[in-house]
Design a binder for this molecule. Structure first.
Ligand code: SF4
Length: 273
């Protein structure tokens, strides 16, 4: 599966749902690389990915280890990092009967990486995996390594954002970051600013129930005004749709406080009905 040329990428998966990888696999773009397969086969040398690589078991781990020894790779981390119980609630792999916790793998592999990308809100900030009461002590990657990561938040992040992050790191063109270490190019605007329903927001025309086309969803608990994300511009599923287009409120899934903030706002909206 791995390309023989191109920068080496390792992708670790921890406390998450694999949705970020699934989102990445949905990449369909008019510009190259057009698909996730193009990224993996022609752009980067994917040395390790628990669910995409052909090798498995200790053979797969040996591939990761070779990349680790060479150093200088891009480390993509998907999922939060469980830290309670010595990290033993989430194992990265087992070699000759000796288990390595995901926490230890993230610590070790980030130390020799040229760049670390936190893919998704769980890796960036803890996300759903760290929602209260968080018995396994899940944290975001940088909170564990105490090193800066490039955070591509979203639950999941758009495939184009993931590819953009990898490509921009390779060309040294990420540009400025916001206070949560997310690229301003992707997270510089709120969903609300770019939402096509904002005219109805300004006119005070609000939906009071789901399914009322075109009306602003603010009173149903829309998180658009508090959420920095490029969703209105990039759309989803090859621009077919996105949450607000589908008459669903923005849940704020790119935000550091997600999902707790979304639950609270949604509850408040319904209590004020
Ligand atoms: Fe803003 Fe949400 Fe209303 Fe769109 S639907 S204008 S994002 S509050």
């Amino acid at each position: 599966m791995a390309a023989t040329t191109g920068p080496t990428v390792l992708w670790l998966q921890g406390a998450g749902c694999t949705g970020c990888s699934v989102s990445f696999l949905n990449r369909i773009s008019p510009s190259a690389p057009a698909t996730a397969a193009d990224v993996l086969m022609q752009t980067v040398n994917l040395a390790y990915h628990p669910t995409l690589m052909g090798a498995s078991g200790e053979l797969a781990v040996a591939q990761a280890r070779r990349a680790y020894d060479a150093g200088g790779y891009i480390l993509c981390v998907e999922g939060g990092v469980p830290t309670a119980f010595g990290g033993n609630t989430c194992l990265a792999w087992t070699v000759q009967g000796k288990a390595t916790t995901f926490q230890q793998a993230v610590m070790d592999y980030s130390a020799r990486a040229a760049q670390v990308i936190s893919i998704g809100t769980c890796a960036s900030f803890g996300g759903v995996a760290a929602a209260p009461p968080n018995p396994t002590g899940v944290k975001g990657v940088s909170a564990v390594t105490l090193k800066k990561t490039l955070n591509i938040s979203g639950c999941p992040p758009h495939p184009d954002w993931i590819v953009w992050a990898i490509a921009s790191l390779l060309t040294n063109s990420v540009g400025p970051l916001d206070c949560f270490n997310r690229p301003v190019a992707l997270y510089g605007k709120t969903v609300h600013e770019a939402c096509w329903r904002i005219g109805n927001f300004r006119a005070g025309k609000f939906a009071t129930a789901y399914g009322q086309d075109n009306l602003c969803l603010s009173k149903l608990g829309c998180h658009g005004p508090q959420t920095q994300s490029a969703c209105p511009a990039t759309g989803w599923n090859n621009m077919a749709n996105w949450c607000v287009d589908a008459n669903a409120t923005c849940l704020g899934c790119t935000s550091p406080a997600f999902p707790f903030s979304a639950i609270r706002r949604s509850t408040n909206a319904h209590e004020s009905d």
